[in-house]
Design a protein around this ligand. Sequence first.
Ligand code: 6AU
Length: 252
Amino acid sequence: IQNKRISYEEKKEKISHPIGKKLIDITLKKKTNLIVSADLIDTKNILKLVNLIGDRICGLKLHVDIINDFSYSFINYLKKISEEKNFLLLEDRKLGDVSSTNSLQLHYGIHKISSWADIVTVHLLAGSMSIQNLNIPSNMGLITISEMSSYGKLSNDNYIRKVLNISLKNPEVIGTVAQRKVDDRLLLFTPGIHFYKKENNVGNRYIHPIQAFKEKGSDFIIVGKAIFLSENPKMMAEEYRNAGWKAYENEL
Ligand code: 6AU
């Protein structure tokens, strides 16, 4: 019987970027492909969540621009926990401007993203040159947004194909967000994950981790509200971790 997907070990061989390799190493070591999206507006609640779920995740995704009391002591503390518990920090900034502006947004302002984030998300509406000359550290990677999870997304097949091509050609891109299988040289991140919800009332759509791995060929699931809004985030994180890992193993 032919394998339905390549393993994380095989994928690691095809990924050249150090942070892509590191993410896979963490996944293999902790047996988790779960990235939790901590879309919370207070540092206290983010840190509380991280202390509950840190052992179960390979990555923590943030939207730092929604945090009311953002500070460097928060970032330093988070960085320390991420090293102790072994997970990466993803800033879901979704840059989408021309290169010089993207660069300013990465390096300056209150958040100085490039000084702490392991991975940053980018839209490619402005074309391939928009992610050239960003001067990011060599151990920081980019995730492109090829296709969003939302109802009524504007991307068509042609746009998605172009984003995937640019992603493959740019050595700083470790992977992409899409709702379909992509080239084995890209890591595939799948947001819009929920055990039973199909959609929310503001246009996001959800699939089960099994669908993410079986139908979309996912490598990593990104789970937000299903975990951080639950009464027991620790238990829910463990359930999503288990579901994601089993779904991966079933596809081998
Ligand atoms: O599970 P949720 O719906 O509570 O959170 C999903 C998270 C949010 C979104 O900003 C983000 O995933 N997201 C993204 C990402 C990761 O870039 C892309 C997308 O297509 N859909 C989506 O929801 O923080």
